[in-house]
Design a protein around this ligand. Structure first.
Ligand code: F6R
Length: 366
């Protein structure tokens, strides 16, 4: 049942205020300063004392893992490695019983992720799952875990599962930071309040839909697109590019914005749309210079900016405004217009958005 929406993907994009709220419900309580993650209870010591966190996943779930790398390192000061499950499992990786492994998977059935878990388990590491499908194989194999509670995701392109994964990982990082004493209590409480406001801000980010549709109309015939972001928004750039590729079949690449000058800048001409995530955060000024570099080469710039932005607005061909939030939570908002952009472009190109060619919802073969 598509609930009045034309496609499952659009329904799932619009469900995000609710799916994120469902994910936070019963876990996050800013008033009492409590963050309860039931799945962590029995493994809290292992988590607190972990010398390293290794995150393993595939595709969009791997992108959520990259966001988590920034979160865990910033708040909990634990070294994090983010690994494609398919590479990790065959590399003879160094894993010890001091490692805390987080496996992220919407379906809970991805073959490479399952194999990576088995390998890490055989080396004595603690394995924690962040999955959406209850009772699937990964939650049954891990020592402990946290469900994302996003509800069934039918569209092959992952949307609400991604933001729910980031929500769980954010709670884990805040909790770990608080417990390890690397995140002071006052800041911790502020962050909990800010996180509780995210569903309402996602609702506002969804109001960009009409504006995004107009932009889609202009760029639907592009052959290539480049997605650039920095810091917390670098993984969002990768995710935006993946969404576009998989459902519209337009070639797209995501890059950390500063890497542009090491190669991709050669691609820029008046035919090349470049999507920047240029929210007001610690890398804003640097991203603004990257936008200037693209404009100097006549590239078309579409920028996701913070409400009220002036500097980028003066440079970009199109801006899409999202509400302000703590820098660490921006991926939950900045990814929304990118999901919408890929959706509208794919529909305008006559693509089967819910079941793109060659793709399956769960990849149970390696
Ligand atoms: C992208 C997409 C895939 C999955 C990947 C992992 O939209 O859906 O890239 O993210 O196949 O799947 P899960 O999360 O089920 O392990």
């Amino acid at each position: 049942e598509k609930g009045g929406y034309e496609h499952f993907m659009l329904k799932e994009i619009f469900e995000q205020p609710k799916s994120i709220a469902d994910c936070l419900r019963g876990r996050l309580d800013p008033k009492s300063g409590r963050l309860v993650l039931g799945g962590l209870r029995d493994y809290m010591n292992k988590f607190n004392n972990a010398e390293r966190i290794i995150i393993t996943a595939c595709g969009t779930s791997w992108h959520a893992g990259l966001v988590a790398e920034y979160l865990f390192e910033e708040f909990a000061r634990v070294p994090v490695e983010v690994e494609y499950a398919s590479e990790f499992r065959y590399r003879n990786p160094v894993i010890t019983d001091k490692d805390f492994i987080i496996a992220i998977s919407q379906s809970g059935e991805t073959a490479d992720t399952l194999a990576a878990i088995e390998l890490a388990k055989s080396k004595g590491a603690t394995i924690f799952g962040v999955c959406n499908v209850v009772g699937s194989s990964i939650p049954r194999t891990t020592h402990a875990g946290c469900y994302t509670h996003a509800g069934p995701e039918i569209g092959v392109a992952s949307t609400k599962a991604f933001t729910a994964q980031i929500s769980v990982l954010t709670m884990m990082a805040l909790k770990l930071g608080y417990q390890r004493g690397t995140l002071p209590e006052s800041k911790y409480i502020l962050m909990l309040h800010e996180l509780a406001d995210i569903p309402a801000k996602v609702e506002k980010a969804l109001q960009t839909n009409d504006a995004v549709k107009k932009i889609a109309e202009k760029y639907k015939d592009a052959r290539n697109m480049l997605y650039l972001g920095r810091g917390y928004n670098f993984p969002v750039a990768l995710e935006g590019a993946l969404k576009l590729k998989e459902i519209s079949y337009i070639h797209a690449e995501g890059y950390p914005a500063a890497e542009m000058k090491h190669g991709p800048i050669a691609l820029i001409d008046e035919e090349m749309p470049v999507i920047f995530i240029a929210t007001l955060d610690s890398s804003y000024e640097k991203v603004v210079s990257n936008i200037q570099e693209v404009k100097a080469r006549k590239g078309k710039v579409i920028a996701v900016v913070t409400e009220g932005d002036k500097q980028v607005k003066a440079l970009a061909d199109h801006v899409i405004e999202i509400p302000p939030t703590n820098e660490a939570f921006t991926p939950l908002l900045s990814v929304i217009p990118l999901q919408l952009l890929s959706y509208h472009i794919a529909v305008m190109r006559g693509c089967n958005v819910d079941q793109p060619r060659n793709l399956a919802k769960s990849v149970t073969v390696e």
